[in-house]
Design a protein around this ligand. Structure first.
Ligand code: SF4
Ligand code: SF4
Length: 165
């Protein structure tokens, strides 16, 4: 099964079960969300700056049965400030570079249950700007599988904040 068929199958299964249980056992309509991550090449997983906290690193370390230092070295790199750690990247055919934990075939996160808090919170609202753009381009170009590229500037990292050494 090709990656998009796989993702569509997941999406259809999810839509079939849309809604949530109220306390009285009735099924309510889910609140409106205007994006669908299973219909997207996971642009947000390609941001150059995906910051991870100490707690995120400890959760990943436990998952991979490592200690904190090992996980820090294996999964993160220096970030935009002197103390920040961000996710390491891998080469990606679509966007040039992507989080080391993104499955480049399925475009799904391989550490979904233990992903960093910043990933859990994104996009923090009912809309995702990239998804809106993607849908407009797929419609305009009459191509349901079109992936709108965005350019992550190579070598733009790190930019230290004012006051950092
Ligand atoms: S949050 Fe937006 S960019 Fe990220 S996977 Fe979902 S739709 Fe795509
Ligand atoms: S940890 Fe998972 S959700 Fe977070 S950026 Fe990486 S692939 Fe995406």
């Amino acid at each position: 099964m090709d990656p998009y068929s796989f993702r569509r199958a997941l999406r259809e299964r999810r839509l079939a079960g849309a809604g949530f249980l109220d306390r009285d056992g009735t099924v309510s309509t889910a609140l409106p969300i205007f994006y669908d991550c299973l219909n997207c090449p996971s642009y947000c997983c390609t941001y150059p700056r995906i910051p991870v906290t100490k707690r995120d690193i400890l959760r990943l370390a436990k998952h991979f049965e490592m200690d904190e230092d090992e996980a820090t070295a294996a999964f993160t790199k220096k970030g935009w400030t002197s103390r920040e750690r961000v996710m390491q990247h891998q080469s990606d055919e679509i966007f040039g570079s992507a989080c080391r934990f993104l499955d480049l075939e399925t475009r799904l996160c391989t550490v979904h249950t233990v992903r960093p808090s910043v990933c859990r919170g994104h996009p923090d609202g009912p809309n995702c700007g990239y998804y809106t753009f993607l849908m407009a381009e797929r419609r305009d170009q009459d191509d349901p599988d079109f992936n709108a590229r965005a350019y992550n500037v190579p070598g733009e990292f790190p930019k230290l904040e004012a006051g950092d050494p």
